[in-house]
Write a protein that binds this ligand. Structure first.
Ligand SMILES: [Zn+2]
Length: 383
């Protein structure tokens, strides 16, 4: 069964360093793959045809950083923060308590609801981290549930040191590297560490990431979110796929990223929701760093599943051009997950694309907050 998507006003292919724009274009989908991309007047026949009437078509968004498996919300904490209380990350323990007491079915329902919410807003790939279990059984359980909805699953047992280990965090690190990693591994593709003051220090983070790498997992690092720190340099040292947050960077951090294969994943929803200063995306891009945008969707510091919202924030608050932000939300996210089959539209790519209710990608930032995603095709299936 082939499908011709025809009469595309502006097609974002990401086939070059920019957006690889094609005007008056068409796309042919065969099963779950893109079979052909080119000008409308050359388009081959297909079993079925959709006329998008001049709309823009983009690769589906790749949200490479979320924490979607959790129970409860922290709206009251958000309210207090907006009334002036600082964000410390301590509220993670509130979500850990709620998540541990939730049944599999409750967690499954809420995860599926959030994935559907993200999908309606154009995300066709969503990475999901554990990190609200923090016991051997609960971390494995969260990853098992995440694996039901995505192949991009990340073991984040090192999210925060549980209260009962506060006097001896290395005892917790040993558990993360030993039985917890062993239980998580069957359901995880990646391992991640929150390397930040108040969470895990450089030595602890290196120990955990090295154990994960030895177990065959890819590496990701949360770092330099709340202040300067060793997270980003550690990510580069260990050739992690991504250093995430990158809000407080030294010149040496930027240089290290620029000379590496590590993507800087920016999460402006977190700065929005904690009323903090945004990362300097312009500085990273000008230095030649590959940048990804993601939602960081979680109930504490960024409860949004909307990639279009993050694109608008990136343009308005982080001085990215609309083209840079769209690329970071598609090809950038794919790079952060070391994937070449998503985030692009070309023959052989996965048939993940979105049709906008607009003639150009510019509208995603130009019309913030407006539901512009008209149609989503995921794995070749209309959603
Ligand atoms: Zn995060």
């Amino acid at each position: 069964m082939t499908l011709l998507i025809d009469n595309i006003g502006e097609l974002v292919t990401n086939r070059d360093d920019g957006l690889g724009l094609l005007a008056k274009a068409a796309v042919v989908v065969d099963g779950d793959r893109i079979a052909w991309v080119g000008p409308s007047y050359h388009a081959p026949a297909a079993d079925r045809r959709i006329d998008v009437d001049g709309a823009a078509v983009l690769p589906g968004f790749v949200d490479s950083h979320t924490h979607l498996v959790f129970a409860g919300d922290r709206a009251a904490e958000f309210g207090a923060r907006m009334a002036g209380e600082p964000y410390t990350g301590g509220g993670i323990r509130t979500t850990v308590g709620a998540t541990r007491s939730a049944s599999d079915d409750d967690l499954r329902d809420s995860t599926e609801r959030l994935v559907a919410e993200a999908r309606r807003q154009g995300s066709t790939t969503v990475e999901i981290k554990s990190g609200y279990g923090l016991t051997v059984e609960d971390e494995a359980r969260l990853l098992r549930l995440a694996r039901e909805v995505t192949e991009e699953t990340t073991f984040l047992g090192a999210h925060v040191v549980p209260a009962q280990y506060a006097d001896d965090p290395w005892r917790y690190v040993s558990m993360v590297c030993g039985p917890m990693l062993a239980a998580a591994k069957p359901y995880a593709k990646w391992i991640d560490v929150f390397c930040e003051r108040g969470a895990f220090d450089e030595d602890q983070a290196r120990t955990i990431l090295t154990a994960g790498r030895d177990a065959g997992l890819g590496l990701r690092v949360h770092g330099n979110q709340l202040g300067p720190g060793p997270g980003v340099q550690l990510a580069v040292e260990l050739a992690a796929a991504s250093g995430d947050h990158c809000t407080h960077l030294s010149d040496a951090d930027v240089d290290a990223l620029a000379g590496s294969e590590t993507v800087a994943t920016l999460l402006p929803g977190a700065e929005f929701s904690t009323r903090s200063a945004y990362p300097d995306a312009r500085r990273l891009l000008d230095a030649g760093v590959t940048v990804a945008l993601a939602t960081d969707c979680n109930p504490g510091s960024s409860y949004t599943s909307s990639m279009p919202f993050c694109i608008a924030l990136a343009v308005r608050e982080m001085r990215m051009t609309p083209a840079e932000a769209v690329r970071a939300a598609t090809a950038g996210g794919a790079r952060a997950l070391r994937r070449t089959d998503i985030g692009v539209l070309g023959a052989g790519a996965r048939a993940d694309l979105i049709v906008l209710d607009a003639p150009s990608h510019l509208h995603l930032a130009y019309r913030p907050g407006v539901p512009l995603i008209r149609t989503v095709l995921h794995n070749g299936v209309l959603q």
